[in-house]
Ligand binder design. Structure first.
Ligand code: PMP
Ligand code: GLN
Length: 461
Protein backbone atom coordinates (compact mmCIF):
# COMPACT_ATOMS: atom_id res chain seq x y z
CA UNK A 1 0.00 0.00 0.00
CA UNK A 2 2.80 2.41 0.85
CA UNK A 3 5.83 2.82 -1.27
CA UNK A 4 9.21 3.67 0.21
CA UNK A 5 9.70 7.41 0.21
CA UNK A 6 5.97 8.23 0.65
CA UNK A 7 5.54 10.74 3.41
CA UNK A 8 2.97 10.46 6.13
CA UNK A 9 1.07 13.41 4.69
CA UNK A 10 0.81 11.77 1.26
CA UNK A 11 -0.61 8.62 2.82
CA UNK A 12 -3.16 10.52 4.88
CA UNK A 13 -4.14 12.50 1.79
CA UNK A 14 -4.92 9.33 -0.22
CA UNK A 15 -6.92 7.65 2.53
CA UNK A 16 -10.29 6.90 0.82
CA UNK A 17 -12.68 7.53 3.71
CA UNK A 18 -11.21 10.96 4.15
CA UNK A 19 -10.67 10.18 7.87
CA UNK A 20 -7.33 9.26 9.32
CA UNK A 21 -7.20 5.49 9.90
CA UNK A 22 -5.15 4.96 13.07
CA UNK A 23 -3.94 1.51 12.03
CA UNK A 24 -2.63 2.93 8.80
CA UNK A 25 -1.08 5.85 10.64
CA UNK A 26 0.63 3.54 13.13
CA UNK A 27 2.00 1.34 10.44
CA UNK A 28 3.30 4.33 8.47
CA UNK A 29 4.98 5.80 11.52
CA UNK A 30 6.48 2.40 12.36
CA UNK A 31 7.68 1.91 8.79
CA UNK A 32 9.19 5.38 8.70
CA UNK A 33 10.96 4.94 12.04
CA UNK A 34 12.19 1.55 10.93
CA UNK A 35 13.48 2.87 7.59
CA UNK A 36 15.11 5.83 9.33
CA UNK A 37 16.90 3.60 11.81
CA UNK A 38 18.00 1.11 9.13
CA UNK A 39 19.34 4.02 7.11
CA UNK A 40 20.91 5.72 10.12
CA UNK A 41 22.75 2.47 10.97
CA UNK A 42 24.13 1.98 7.49
CA UNK A 43 24.89 5.59 6.67
CA UNK A 44 26.36 6.77 9.94
CA UNK A 45 29.69 8.57 10.00
CA UNK A 46 32.45 5.94 9.73
CA UNK A 47 33.82 5.07 13.16
CA UNK A 48 37.32 6.29 12.33
CA UNK A 49 36.03 9.87 11.74
CA UNK A 50 34.64 10.12 15.27
CA UNK A 51 37.41 12.42 16.43
CA UNK A 52 36.56 15.04 13.84
CA UNK A 53 32.80 15.23 14.13
CA UNK A 54 32.81 18.31 16.32
CA UNK A 55 34.85 21.23 15.03
CA UNK A 56 35.68 24.26 17.12
CA UNK A 57 36.09 26.27 13.87
CA UNK A 58 32.66 25.41 12.53
CA UNK A 59 31.07 26.13 15.91
CA UNK A 60 32.89 29.38 16.70
CA UNK A 61 32.61 30.85 13.19
CA UNK A 62 28.87 30.19 13.48
CA UNK A 63 28.90 31.85 16.93
CA UNK A 64 30.65 34.88 15.47
CA UNK A 65 27.79 35.31 13.02
CA UNK A 66 25.16 34.74 15.72
CA UNK A 67 26.58 36.78 18.62
CA UNK A 68 28.11 39.46 16.40
CA UNK A 69 30.86 40.12 18.97
CA UNK A 70 32.26 43.63 18.75
CA UNK A 71 35.75 42.18 18.41
CA UNK A 72 36.60 38.77 17.00
CA UNK A 73 39.89 37.52 18.48
CA UNK A 74 38.96 33.91 17.69
CA UNK A 75 39.97 32.30 14.40
CA UNK A 76 43.53 33.16 13.35
CA UNK A 77 43.48 35.65 10.48
CA UNK A 78 44.41 39.32 10.07
CA UNK A 79 41.57 41.85 9.84
CA UNK A 80 43.73 44.14 7.67
CA UNK A 81 45.30 44.06 4.23
CA UNK A 82 48.19 41.90 3.10
CA UNK A 83 51.23 43.70 1.63
CA UNK A 84 50.24 45.66 -1.48
CA UNK A 85 52.55 43.82 -3.87
CA UNK A 86 50.98 40.49 -2.93
CA UNK A 87 47.38 41.41 -3.69
CA UNK A 88 48.36 43.49 -6.75
CA UNK A 89 50.19 40.48 -8.18
CA UNK A 90 47.01 38.44 -8.08
CA UNK A 91 44.89 41.19 -9.62
CA UNK A 92 47.38 41.61 -12.47
CA UNK A 93 47.69 37.89 -13.12
CA UNK A 94 43.99 37.18 -13.47
CA UNK A 95 43.40 39.95 -16.02
CA UNK A 96 46.87 39.97 -17.61
CA UNK A 97 48.10 38.90 -21.06
CA UNK A 98 48.73 35.23 -20.33
CA UNK A 99 45.42 33.30 -20.46
CA UNK A 100 47.16 30.12 -19.31
CA UNK A 101 47.64 31.61 -15.85
CA UNK A 102 43.92 31.03 -15.33
CA UNK A 103 44.14 27.37 -16.39
CA UNK A 104 45.37 24.15 -14.76
CA UNK A 105 49.04 24.05 -13.90
CA UNK A 106 51.54 21.33 -12.96
CA UNK A 107 49.93 19.04 -10.36
CA UNK A 108 52.74 18.92 -7.80
CA UNK A 109 53.21 22.68 -7.86
CA UNK A 110 53.23 25.53 -10.33
CA UNK A 111 56.79 25.64 -11.80
CA UNK A 112 57.45 29.26 -10.84
CA UNK A 113 56.27 28.66 -7.27
CA UNK A 114 58.30 25.50 -6.61
CA UNK A 115 61.35 27.34 -8.04
CA UNK A 116 60.87 30.26 -5.68
CA UNK A 117 60.21 27.97 -2.69
CA UNK A 118 63.44 26.17 -3.49
CA UNK A 119 65.27 29.52 -3.62
CA UNK A 120 63.77 30.55 -0.29
CA UNK A 121 64.33 27.36 1.68
CA UNK A 122 67.58 25.94 0.22
CA UNK A 123 69.80 28.39 2.13
CA UNK A 124 67.67 27.95 5.25
CA UNK A 125 68.09 24.17 5.33
CA UNK A 126 71.69 24.24 4.06
CA UNK A 127 71.12 22.08 0.99
CA UNK A 128 69.82 22.49 -2.56
CA UNK A 129 66.14 21.54 -2.52
CA UNK A 130 65.06 20.02 -5.83
CA UNK A 131 61.95 21.97 -6.91
CA UNK A 132 60.73 19.06 -9.05
CA UNK A 133 60.59 16.28 -6.50
CA UNK A 134 61.32 17.67 -3.05
CA UNK A 135 58.48 20.23 -2.85
CA UNK A 136 54.72 19.74 -3.10
CA UNK A 137 52.29 22.66 -3.30
CA UNK A 138 49.03 21.93 -1.50
CA UNK A 139 45.62 23.34 -0.79
CA UNK A 140 46.67 25.11 2.40
CA UNK A 141 48.92 23.63 5.06
CA UNK A 142 45.86 21.52 5.89
CA UNK A 143 46.32 19.49 2.73
CA UNK A 144 50.07 19.26 3.25
CA UNK A 145 49.33 17.70 6.65
CA UNK A 146 46.70 15.45 5.10
CA UNK A 147 49.03 14.23 2.36
CA UNK A 148 51.91 13.72 4.79
CA UNK A 149 49.78 11.77 7.26
CA UNK A 150 47.67 9.78 4.77
CA UNK A 151 50.77 9.17 2.64
CA UNK A 152 52.74 7.61 5.48
CA UNK A 153 50.51 6.32 8.27
CA UNK A 154 49.20 2.80 7.92
CA UNK A 155 46.85 0.75 10.07
CA UNK A 156 48.58 -0.29 13.30
CA UNK A 157 51.04 2.63 13.08
CA UNK A 158 51.34 4.98 16.04
CA UNK A 159 51.81 8.73 15.73
CA UNK A 160 53.05 10.87 18.61
CA UNK A 161 51.15 14.13 19.01
CA UNK A 162 52.19 16.93 21.34
CA UNK A 163 49.26 18.55 23.15
CA UNK A 164 47.76 21.05 22.77
CA UNK A 165 47.73 20.30 19.02
CA UNK A 166 46.13 21.81 15.91
CA UNK A 167 42.90 19.86 16.02
CA UNK A 168 42.92 18.23 12.56
CA UNK A 169 46.03 16.12 13.36
CA UNK A 170 43.99 13.63 15.39
CA UNK A 171 41.31 13.29 12.74
CA UNK A 172 43.84 12.74 9.96
CA UNK A 173 45.77 10.09 11.90
CA UNK A 174 42.58 8.16 12.65
CA UNK A 175 41.42 8.62 9.08
CA UNK A 176 44.62 6.86 7.96
CA UNK A 177 43.89 4.02 10.40
CA UNK A 178 46.69 5.02 12.78
CA UNK A 179 46.66 5.48 16.53
CA UNK A 180 47.57 8.86 18.03
CA UNK A 181 49.67 8.75 21.21
CA UNK A 182 49.35 12.04 23.06
CA UNK A 183 51.83 13.83 25.27
CA UNK A 184 50.94 17.19 26.82
CA UNK A 185 53.19 20.21 27.16
CA UNK A 186 52.81 21.20 30.79
CA UNK A 187 53.35 24.75 32.08
CA UNK A 188 56.04 24.72 34.76
CA UNK A 189 56.08 27.56 37.33
CA UNK A 190 57.56 30.86 36.20
CA UNK A 191 61.05 31.67 37.45
CA UNK A 192 60.89 35.43 36.93
CA UNK A 193 57.28 36.47 37.52
CA UNK A 194 56.43 36.98 33.85
CA UNK A 195 54.79 33.95 32.32
CA UNK A 196 55.95 32.92 28.87
CA UNK A 197 55.26 30.14 26.42
CA UNK A 198 58.76 28.76 27.17
CA UNK A 199 57.34 27.40 30.42
CA UNK A 200 55.28 24.85 28.47
CA UNK A 201 57.55 21.83 28.34
CA UNK A 202 57.58 18.13 27.57
CA UNK A 203 58.57 15.58 30.18
CA UNK A 204 61.59 13.85 28.52
CA UNK A 205 60.88 10.50 30.23
CA UNK A 206 57.24 10.56 29.19
CA UNK A 207 58.24 11.38 25.61
CA UNK A 208 60.79 8.56 25.54
CA UNK A 209 58.20 6.10 26.84
CA UNK A 210 55.93 6.74 23.83
CA UNK A 211 58.48 5.66 21.21
CA UNK A 212 58.41 2.00 20.24
CA UNK A 213 58.64 -0.24 17.17
CA UNK A 214 55.10 0.73 16.04
CA UNK A 215 55.85 4.49 16.07
CA UNK A 216 55.76 5.80 12.49
CA UNK A 217 55.72 9.54 13.03
CA UNK A 218 55.85 12.43 15.46
CA UNK A 219 54.10 15.72 14.65
CA UNK A 220 55.91 18.82 15.80
CA UNK A 221 54.46 22.32 15.61
CA UNK A 222 56.91 25.17 16.08
CA UNK A 223 56.14 28.06 16.55
CA UNK A 224 53.22 26.49 18.31
CA UNK A 225 49.50 27.05 17.98
CA UNK A 226 47.92 27.84 20.44
CA UNK A 227 50.67 28.27 23.09
CA UNK A 228 53.16 30.32 21.02
CA UNK A 229 56.08 28.15 22.13
CA UNK A 230 59.19 28.16 19.94
CA UNK A 231 60.99 24.87 20.52
CA UNK A 232 64.59 25.22 21.67
CA UNK A 233 67.60 23.47 20.16
CA UNK A 234 67.77 21.15 23.22
CA UNK A 235 64.12 20.19 22.84
CA UNK A 236 64.51 19.58 19.11
CA UNK A 237 67.65 17.52 19.68
CA UNK A 238 65.79 15.35 22.16
CA UNK A 239 63.02 14.75 19.61
CA UNK A 240 65.50 14.20 16.76
CA UNK A 241 67.55 11.68 18.75
CA UNK A 242 64.43 9.64 19.50
CA UNK A 243 63.34 9.80 15.85
CA UNK A 244 66.71 8.44 14.75
CA UNK A 245 66.88 5.79 17.47
CA UNK A 246 63.39 4.42 16.66
CA UNK A 247 63.46 5.10 12.89
CA UNK A 248 60.57 7.58 13.05
CA UNK A 249 59.48 10.39 10.68
CA UNK A 250 59.01 13.94 11.86
CA UNK A 251 56.26 16.06 10.32
CA UNK A 252 57.17 19.60 11.27
CA UNK A 253 54.28 22.06 11.00
CA UNK A 254 56.04 25.43 10.69
CA UNK A 255 53.25 27.63 9.36
CA UNK A 256 54.16 30.41 11.85
CA UNK A 257 57.88 30.28 10.89
CA UNK A 258 58.06 34.07 10.17
CA UNK A 259 56.42 35.14 13.41
CA UNK A 260 59.13 34.68 15.98
CA UNK A 261 59.93 37.39 18.51
CA UNK A 262 63.56 38.27 19.33
CA UNK A 263 65.63 36.95 20.97
CA UNK A 264 63.95 33.65 20.06
CA UNK A 265 64.93 32.09 16.73
CA UNK A 266 63.04 29.59 14.64
CA UNK A 267 64.98 26.36 14.23
CA UNK A 268 64.00 23.94 11.47
CA UNK A 269 64.31 20.40 12.81
CA UNK A 270 65.16 19.28 9.23
CA UNK A 271 68.53 21.05 9.70
CA UNK A 272 69.61 18.93 12.68
CA UNK A 273 72.20 16.20 11.91
CA UNK A 274 70.70 13.36 9.84
CA UNK A 275 67.18 14.77 10.16
CA UNK A 276 66.66 15.91 6.54
CA UNK A 277 66.09 12.30 5.47
CA UNK A 278 63.31 11.78 7.98
CA UNK A 279 61.56 15.18 8.08
CA UNK A 280 58.67 16.64 6.11
CA UNK A 281 58.35 20.38 6.74
CA UNK A 282 55.09 22.22 6.18
CA UNK A 283 54.50 25.91 5.42
CA UNK A 284 51.57 28.17 4.51
CA UNK A 285 51.30 31.11 2.12
CA UNK A 286 48.20 32.16 4.05
CA UNK A 287 50.29 32.69 7.18
CA UNK A 288 53.45 33.89 5.40
CA UNK A 289 51.73 36.69 3.45
CA UNK A 290 48.70 37.32 5.68
CA UNK A 291 46.30 35.96 3.05
CA UNK A 292 44.70 33.05 4.90
CA UNK A 293 41.85 32.97 2.36
CA UNK A 294 44.28 31.98 -0.40
CA UNK A 295 44.50 28.51 1.13
CA UNK A 296 47.84 27.57 -0.39
CA UNK A 297 50.56 25.70 1.45
CA UNK A 298 53.45 23.35 0.80
CA UNK A 299 55.51 20.51 2.11
CA UNK A 300 59.20 19.94 1.45
CA UNK A 301 61.51 17.06 2.27
CA UNK A 302 63.56 14.28 0.67
CA UNK A 303 62.28 12.80 -2.59
CA UNK A 304 61.67 9.33 -1.12
CA UNK A 305 59.28 10.71 1.50
CA UNK A 306 57.68 13.30 -0.77
CA UNK A 307 56.68 10.60 -3.26
CA UNK A 308 54.06 9.31 -0.80
CA UNK A 309 52.58 12.78 -0.42
CA UNK A 310 52.44 13.18 -4.19
CA UNK A 311 50.40 9.98 -4.47
CA UNK A 312 47.77 11.27 -2.03
CA UNK A 313 47.74 14.73 -3.61
CA UNK A 314 47.49 13.52 -7.21
CA UNK A 315 44.41 11.47 -6.34
CA UNK A 316 42.47 13.91 -4.24
CA UNK A 317 43.38 17.50 -5.14
CA UNK A 318 45.63 16.97 -8.14
CA UNK A 319 46.45 20.64 -8.74
CA UNK A 320 46.02 23.90 -6.83
CA UNK A 321 44.85 27.29 -8.06
CA UNK A 322 47.19 28.60 -10.79
CA UNK A 323 46.78 32.40 -10.41
CA UNK A 324 47.23 32.17 -6.65
CA UNK A 325 50.38 30.06 -7.03
CA UNK A 326 51.76 32.49 -9.61
CA UNK A 327 51.01 35.44 -7.29
CA UNK A 328 52.72 33.74 -4.35
CA UNK A 329 55.72 32.91 -6.56
CA UNK A 330 56.08 36.55 -7.67
CA UNK A 331 55.65 37.76 -4.08
CA UNK A 332 58.32 35.36 -2.82
CA UNK A 333 60.69 36.42 -5.61
CA UNK A 334 60.21 40.03 -4.55
CA UNK A 335 60.82 39.25 -0.87
CA UNK A 336 63.88 37.13 -1.72
CA UNK A 337 65.27 40.07 -3.72
CA UNK A 338 65.07 42.27 -0.58
CA UNK A 339 65.83 39.52 1.93
CA UNK A 340 68.48 41.60 3.71
CA UNK A 341 66.36 44.72 3.92
CA UNK A 342 64.32 45.44 7.07
CA UNK A 343 61.36 45.98 4.69
CA UNK A 344 61.35 42.32 3.64
CA UNK A 345 57.92 41.12 4.81
CA UNK A 346 59.40 37.89 6.13
CA UNK A 347 61.27 40.02 8.68
CA UNK A 348 58.82 42.90 8.98
CA UNK A 349 55.86 40.71 9.96
CA UNK A 350 57.21 39.83 13.42
CA UNK A 351 58.26 43.45 13.94
CA UNK A 352 54.72 44.57 13.07
CA UNK A 353 53.17 41.98 15.40
CA UNK A 354 55.36 42.56 18.45
CA UNK A 355 53.62 45.75 19.72
CA UNK A 356 50.24 44.09 19.13
CA UNK A 357 51.34 41.10 21.22
CA UNK A 358 52.61 43.36 24.00
CA UNK A 359 49.49 45.51 23.97
CA UNK A 360 47.21 42.50 24.31
CA UNK A 361 49.37 40.86 27.01
CA UNK A 362 49.19 44.10 29.05
CA UNK A 363 45.47 44.46 28.48
CA UNK A 364 44.78 40.85 29.47
CA UNK A 365 46.85 41.21 32.62
CA UNK A 366 45.03 44.43 33.57
CA UNK A 367 41.73 42.70 32.96
CA UNK A 368 42.28 39.79 35.33
CA UNK A 369 43.69 37.18 32.94
CA UNK A 370 47.07 35.45 33.36
CA UNK A 371 48.57 35.41 29.86
CA UNK A 372 51.61 33.42 28.74
CA UNK A 373 53.67 35.78 26.56
CA UNK A 374 54.10 33.91 23.26
CA UNK A 375 57.60 33.62 21.76
CA UNK A 376 56.10 33.03 18.32
CA UNK A 377 52.88 32.83 16.31
CA UNK A 378 49.95 35.20 16.75
CA UNK A 379 47.99 33.71 19.61
CA UNK A 380 48.05 34.28 23.36
CA UNK A 381 46.87 31.61 25.76
CA UNK A 382 45.62 33.18 28.99
CA UNK A 383 44.30 31.65 32.21
CA UNK A 384 40.83 33.08 32.92
CA UNK A 385 40.12 31.40 36.25
CA UNK A 386 40.80 34.49 38.39
CA UNK A 387 37.68 35.92 36.69
CA UNK A 388 35.65 32.85 37.69
CA UNK A 389 33.89 34.72 40.52
CA UNK A 390 32.80 37.49 38.17
CA UNK A 391 31.06 35.39 35.56
CA UNK A 392 28.08 33.10 35.98
CA UNK A 393 28.64 30.05 33.81
CA UNK A 394 25.82 28.00 35.32
CA UNK A 395 23.46 28.56 32.37
CA UNK A 396 26.02 27.52 29.77
CA UNK A 397 25.55 23.87 28.89
CA UNK A 398 28.93 22.93 27.40
CA UNK A 399 30.86 20.08 29.00
CA UNK A 400 34.14 21.97 29.22
CA UNK A 401 34.60 25.09 31.32
CA UNK A 402 36.62 26.95 28.65
CA UNK A 403 33.74 26.54 26.17
CA UNK A 404 31.35 27.88 28.82
CA UNK A 405 33.67 30.78 29.63
CA UNK A 406 34.44 31.82 26.04
CA UNK A 407 30.75 31.74 25.04
CA UNK A 408 29.57 33.72 28.08
CA UNK A 409 32.46 36.16 27.78
CA UNK A 410 31.67 36.75 24.09
CA UNK A 411 28.03 37.42 24.96
CA UNK A 412 28.76 39.68 27.96
CA UNK A 413 31.99 41.44 27.00
CA UNK A 414 31.64 41.30 23.20
CA UNK A 415 35.09 39.71 22.70
CA UNK A 416 35.22 36.32 20.99
CA UNK A 417 38.08 33.91 21.75
CA UNK A 418 38.75 30.18 21.24
CA UNK A 419 38.49 27.44 23.91
CA UNK A 420 41.83 25.57 24.04
CA UNK A 421 40.36 22.24 25.20
CA UNK A 422 39.56 21.81 21.47
CA UNK A 423 43.31 21.29 21.03
CA UNK A 424 43.47 18.29 23.42
CA UNK A 425 42.58 14.62 23.17
CA UNK A 426 39.41 13.50 24.93
CA UNK A 427 41.32 12.22 27.97
CA UNK A 428 43.31 15.44 28.42
CA UNK A 429 40.71 18.12 27.66
CA UNK A 430 40.71 19.16 31.32
CA UNK A 431 44.28 20.50 30.78
CA UNK A 432 42.91 23.21 28.46
CA UNK A 433 39.85 24.22 30.47
CA UNK A 434 41.39 27.07 32.46
CA UNK A 435 42.47 28.95 29.33
CA UNK A 436 41.17 31.05 26.46
CA UNK A 437 43.07 31.70 23.20
CA UNK A 438 43.29 35.28 21.91
CA UNK A 439 44.44 36.14 18.36
CA UNK A 440 46.39 39.39 18.07
CA UNK A 441 46.95 39.83 14.31
CA UNK A 442 44.25 42.52 14.35
CA UNK A 443 44.12 46.27 13.66
CA UNK A 444 45.40 48.36 16.59
CA UNK A 445 41.99 49.99 16.86
CA UNK A 446 40.34 46.60 17.30
CA UNK A 447 42.83 45.55 19.96
CA UNK A 448 42.14 48.89 21.69
CA UNK A 449 38.41 48.20 21.41
CA UNK A 450 38.90 44.74 22.96
CA UNK A 451 40.75 46.41 25.84
CA UNK A 452 37.95 48.94 26.32
CA UNK A 453 35.26 46.26 26.21
CA UNK A 454 37.10 44.09 28.74
CA UNK A 455 37.55 47.09 31.08
CA UNK A 456 33.85 47.97 30.81
CA UNK A 457 32.91 44.36 31.46
CA UNK A 458 35.19 44.19 34.51
CA UNK A 459 33.80 47.45 35.90
CA UNK A 460 30.24 46.09 35.67
CA UNK A 461 30.92 42.85 37.56
N1 PMP B 1 48.84 24.19 11.04
C1 PMP B 1 48.61 25.08 12.02
C2 PMP B 1 49.37 24.93 13.31
C3 PMP B 1 47.68 26.10 11.86
O1 PMP B 1 47.46 26.96 12.85
C4 PMP B 1 46.99 26.20 10.63
C5 PMP B 1 45.99 27.29 10.43
N2 PMP B 1 46.60 28.24 9.64
C6 PMP B 1 47.26 25.26 9.64
C7 PMP B 1 48.18 24.27 9.87
C8 PMP B 1 46.53 25.28 8.32
O2 PMP B 1 46.99 26.33 7.51
P1 PMP B 1 46.30 26.71 6.11
O3 PMP B 1 45.35 27.82 6.41
O4 PMP B 1 47.44 27.11 5.22
O5 PMP B 1 45.61 25.48 5.62
N1 GLN C 1 44.95 28.19 12.04
C1 GLN C 1 43.89 29.12 12.32
C2 GLN C 1 43.59 29.11 13.81
O1 GLN C 1 44.12 28.32 14.54
C3 GLN C 1 42.65 28.82 11.51
C4 GLN C 1 42.04 27.49 11.81
C5 GLN C 1 40.92 27.13 10.92
O2 GLN C 1 40.34 28.00 10.25
N2 GLN C 1 40.58 25.89 10.87
O3 GLN C 1 42.80 29.88 14.24
Amino acid sequence: MFRGGQTLLTVIAVSRSGAVDLRILNSVVKNNICTASVMADKFKLPERYGAGEKSVWVEYIQLASEYKPKVNLGQGFPDYHAPDHVTKNLAEITTGDNPLLNQYTRGFGHPRLVESLSKLYSPLVGRQINPQNEILVTSGAYEALYSAILGHVDTSDEVIVIEPFFDCYEFMIKCAGGTPRFIPLKPKPSECGTQTSAQWVLDPEELKSLFNSRTKMIILNTPHNPVGKVFTMEELEMIADLCKKFNVLCVSDEVYEWMVYAPKKHIRIATLPDMWDRTITIGSAGKTFSVTGWKTGWAYGPEALMRNLQVVHQNCVYTCSTPIQEAIARSLEFEISRRDSPDCYLTALARELLPKRDFLVKSLTENGFLPYVPEGGYFIVADWTKLGGKIDLSKESDRHADYRFTKKFAKEAGVLTIPPSAFYSEQNKCLGENFARFCFIKKDENLALADKLMKEWNAKQ
